[in-house]
Design a protein around this ligand. Structure first.
Ligand code: UDP
Ligand code: MG
Length: 344
């Protein structure tokens, strides 16, 4: 194979603090590997602005103008990490042989990308980055993450252990990914379903360069819940099992209390009564909530709403910098235009 065209997709949500550093490290990586002829010189970095409220898009826009290797798209609003990633993958695949996805905070070791690419050249279609330790994560994050993988496994969701969304996918794999029409895309679960020849590469995960995690507890719980309910019906089965068990137990109790009544020593039993009412009531509410979660999923799927909407596309333009220069837009005008465009 000739040198592959590689696109690095970076979803960004309020990442103004890390973006400059991320951009410089990634461009350096690309430049080195273009020079050593590992990858084609049309390779690029695609920043996806996921509806950030800070200066993220302004920065991305300026980079795309000033650096030929950098491109960007702006989504119309915040759609979450997974959908932003999809937007990036689907946009990038048109002009790439393979796409690498990485978080903006560069917690994942970027030097590993070289090994990803070598594996791709060897013929692998999907290469998973796997973290071998999580010492840099907080105690809380580490343990919740370990718990997450355990629960997912119990629920029958086949995940690559300790793999987040740092991976390489070939153009072909992404094209197949497009055929998965579900609105609730849980990429870590779906990519293994695509199949093809795949492998994983282990690396150490570092600390966030700067800024705070964009996954606070609330988002983490909803991410885990989405992951489980979009892949597995085990929770509903569990509810069925719980319901059946409590039904059988209550039958047995009924028989017991009836027999007490017949033998004349009825218990006053207010406590047991009220406890069981609360218990059953609670169980029922949980069950309804859970079933509701699945129905909600079905509801969303039937509407087939788009997963993301691209507002400004600086990827498919013929070198935007050239475009502006061709139009004879001077520096001042250019700055004006940038701020105006990015405000829209
Ligand atoms: N992210 C995003 N949209 C969101 C939340 C996060 O695009 O709604 C991006 C974020 O900018 C980062 C990546 O997803 O590039 C992972 O987020 P973060 O590093 O905060 O997650 P953590 O590593 O703490 O799990
Ligand atoms: Mg991170």
């Amino acid at each position: 194979m000739n040198q592959p065209i590689v696109t690095i997709v970076v979803p960004c949500y309020n990442e103004e603090e890390v973006l400059a550093e991320t951009m410089s490290q990634l461009t350096q990586f690309l430049e080195e590997n273009i020079q050593s002829r590992l990858i084609a010189n049309t390779s690029s970095i695609l920043f996806v602005d996921d509806g950030s409220k800070d200066k993220t898009w302004d920065m991305i826009f300026k980079y795309t103008i000033n650096h030929p290797l950098i491109k960007g798209i702006k989504l119309s609003r915040n759609v979450g990490h997974q959908n932003a990633l999809l937007a990036g993958l689907f946009t990038a695949k048109e002009t790439s042989d393979c796409v690498i996805s990485i978080d903006a905070d560069l917690q994942d070791d970027i030097s590993v990308m070289k090994e990803f690419i070598l594996k791709f050249v060897e013929g692998y279609e999907v290469v998973y980055g796997v973290r071998n330790k999580r010492e840099s994560d907080t105690f809380f994050k580490r343990n919740t993450a370990v718990g997450f993988y355990k629960v997912m496994k119990k629920m029958g969701v086949d995940l690559v252990h300790n793999h987040a969304d740092y991976r390489l996918m070939s153009k072909r794999a992404i094209e197949e990914l497009e055929h998965f029409q579900e609105v609730n895309m849980f990429l870590r679960g779906i990519v293994p379903l695509i199949g093809f020849k795949s492998t994983s590469i282990t690396y150490d995960r570092k600390e966030r360069l700067a800024g705070e995690t964009k996954y606070p507890l609330k988002k983490m719980i909803s991410f885990a819940l989405d992951g489980i309910t979009s892949f597995s019906v085990t929770p509903i089965r569990l509810v069925l099992f719980l319901g059946t068990t409590s039904f059988i137990i209550s039958l047995l109790f009924g028989i017991y209390f009836l027999s007490l009544k017949f033998f004349g020593n009825t218990e006053l039993g207010w406590t047991s009564l009220i406890t069981s009412i609360w218990l059953i009531g609670g169980l029922q509410l949980i069950a309804i909530g859970l079933v509701g979660e699945y129905i909600g999923k079905i509801y969303k799927e039937t509407k087939k709403r788009p997963k993301y909407i691209v507002d400004i596309d600086m990827f498919n333009l013929p070198t935007p910098r050239q475009l502006l220069i061709d139009k004879g837009i001077g520096n001042e005008l250019q700055t004006l235009r940038l701020t105006k465009l990015s405000k829209n």
